[in-house]
Design a protein around this ligand. Structure first.
Ligand code: FAD
Length: 471
């Protein structure tokens, strides 16, 4: 009989002969990690604090799910690889597919993007819909078990090796219960940006990861709408005002499922959007053009205004060497959470699951925990660099990741030129969007044809008003 290989092959790992995996958190990163681990494990158990709703509904453990969420093209492709046909399922459930730049008319750096043919698409169904479609597919796999309404309270094992988690069922007398052991050879933390894993590791005598942060005080306010019957024709598939250091407000109007539209307003510290009805509309009037405020006047609210302020970029450096146990990994927002303006977190969760798959399948024998962790951290790197690179320049940015290096200055100068040219030069625009969609590396912006246009070409004219028609 062939001996089962351990998941990870650290020298201090005394193999138990079993491969049981536990995933902490059953949101997108946890579901997708479980999907990958099912191909490698004897058992996979997701431990989730919430009870999952029957259908596409909000839940307490994902408080951000009332806010606008977009799935970038890289995320769609990664999801398709992991769960073939999933994007078609999302479309069947009503998630709109919005073309860039033709459908979503965008204001950026003081000008409107030209409305040329789409070179990239985003999925814009609500966050509960996206999670529900993914959850339905992942949990249909009989190899994956879920413990709902159950929370992880800590890790089992020692500083050399994790041996499972301590769990307790939630409920009125939960506080009085110490919890029970759930043994595992691999524990994956996918518990989101508020992860307690650094404390749990410290309790085992291990080194918590160094934490990098960058926050701009960004606050979100989101509301759902429906168009009023007989409302005037609206020539845009969506409207987007992107912030910059001189214009610190965001406005985003996008279609969602079932005839709903989401309106997101956001602002940096000192420009936070109000969450009362009148203030919400007034804030839309402060954007650089009245098109979004005017649209609000033709629409009926379909939800209250929801606020959200927990938007810092946080990166936990589990990829750096340290006295940390074998058999413990972090993924998703528990590893790296982003300022949500850039719409990256769900895509990074999917790209991370692919990185986990590749690391576990990799050549050269069973990988070490650190090697797998580095693959997960690598999957988040470009998104982190985009988010912190832009946020660092915002007034009032705070945190350890605000420090820039000598190389950042010329890179910022070049990217500023890319951004300004991307509105009026379709080729530069397409290359820029691919990078922002995490479908191409940032270095692709230095390809000769793009560099020529960026460095030597004149700044091409861009529309002064939101273009009503496709070119
Ligand atoms: C306002 C806002 C807007 C966003 N917009 C976008 C967007 O447009 N596009 C995009 O791609 N991303 C966006 N994101 C990010 C996106 O929401 C996340 O990246 C995505 O949900 C995946 O995160 P996750 O699975 O790592 O963690 P989360 O979704 O935060 O889920 C963590 C899960 O862990 C569970 N959990 C926590 N602690 C425990 C415990 N101790 N025991 C058991 N279970 C536990 C929670 O109940 C929850 O289910 C946005 C985020 C915010 C805050």
């Amino acid at each position: 009989m062939v001996e089962p290989q351990p998941f990870v092959n650290d020298r201090d790992l005394a193999g138990s002969g079993q491969r049981r995996a536990v995933v902490i958190g059953g949101s997108l990163a946890g579901l997708l990690a479980a999907r990958v681990l099912a191909d490698h494990a004897d058992s996979v158990t997701i431990v989730e604090r919430d009870r999952f709703p029957q259908g596409p509904r909000s839940r307490a453990g994902v408080p951000q799910d009332r806010h606008t969420h977009v799935m970038l093209e890289s995320g769609q492709q990664a999801l398709e690889t992991l769960l073939p046909g999933i994007c078609a399922e999302m479309s069947e459930e009503g998630s709109p597919r919005v073309g860039l730049p033709n459908d979503l008319v965008a204001w950026q750096s003081g000008r409107w993007n030209r409305r040329t043919a789409a070179t990239s698409h985003i999925l814009t169904g609500t966050r509960p819909l996206t999670e529900w479609v993914v959850r339905r597919r992942v949990l249909a796999d009989a190899r994956i078990k879920v413990l709902e309404h159950t929370e992880v309270m800590g890790l089992l094992g020692n500083a050399a090796r994790v041996r499972g988690v301590r769990i307790r069922e939630r409920g009125p007398d939960a506080a009085r219960r110490d919890g029970v052991a759930l043994d595992a050879e691999l524990v994956v933390d996918a518990s989101g940006r508020a992860s307690h894993a650094p404390d749990w590791l410290a309790a085992l005598g291990a080194e918590p990861p160094r934490q990098e942060t960058l926050e701009t005080g960004l606050a979100y306010a989101t509301r759902l709408y429906r168009r009023q019957p007989g409302a005037p024709e609206f020539p845009y598939g969506g409207i987007h005002f992107l912030p910059n250091p001189g214009q610190q407000r965001t406005g985003l109007l996008l279609p969602a499922e079932d005839g709903l539209w989401t309106v997101l307003l956001a602002g940096l510290r000192g420009s936070e959007p109000p969450t009362d009805e009148a203030g919400f509309e007034d804030f839309a009037g402060l954007l650089p053009h009245p098109v979004l405020r005017d649209w609000l006047r033709t629409a009926e609210p379909a939800s209250p205004v929801h606020g959200f302020r927990n938007t810092a970029n946080i990166r936990r450096r589990y990829d750096l060497p340290g006295r940390r146990p074998a058999g413990f990994l972090a993924t998703g927002e528990a590893l790296c959470s982003f300022n949500p303006t850039y719409g990256q977190g769900m895509s990074v969760a999917a790209l991370s699951a692919l990185a986990l798959r590749d690391a576990l399948n990799g050549q050269g024998g069973t990988p070490t925990t650190l090697r797998v962790q580095r693959a997960l951290s690598g999957a988040a790197r470009q998104a982190w660099e985009i988010a912190t690179g832009a946020d660092r320049k915002m007034p009032g940015a705070r945190g350890s990741a605000t420090r820039s290096t000598l190389l950042d200055r010329p890179a910022d100068w070049y990217l500023g030129r890319v951004q300004r040219r991307s509105c009026g030069d379709p080729r530069v625009g397409a290359a820029f969007r691919k990078v922002l969609a995490l479908s191409a590396p940032t270095t692709s912006l230095f390809a000769p044809a793009i560099a020529r246009a960026v460095l030597f070409g004149p700044e091409p004219p861009a529309p002064a008003e939101p273009p009503a028609r496709l070119e």
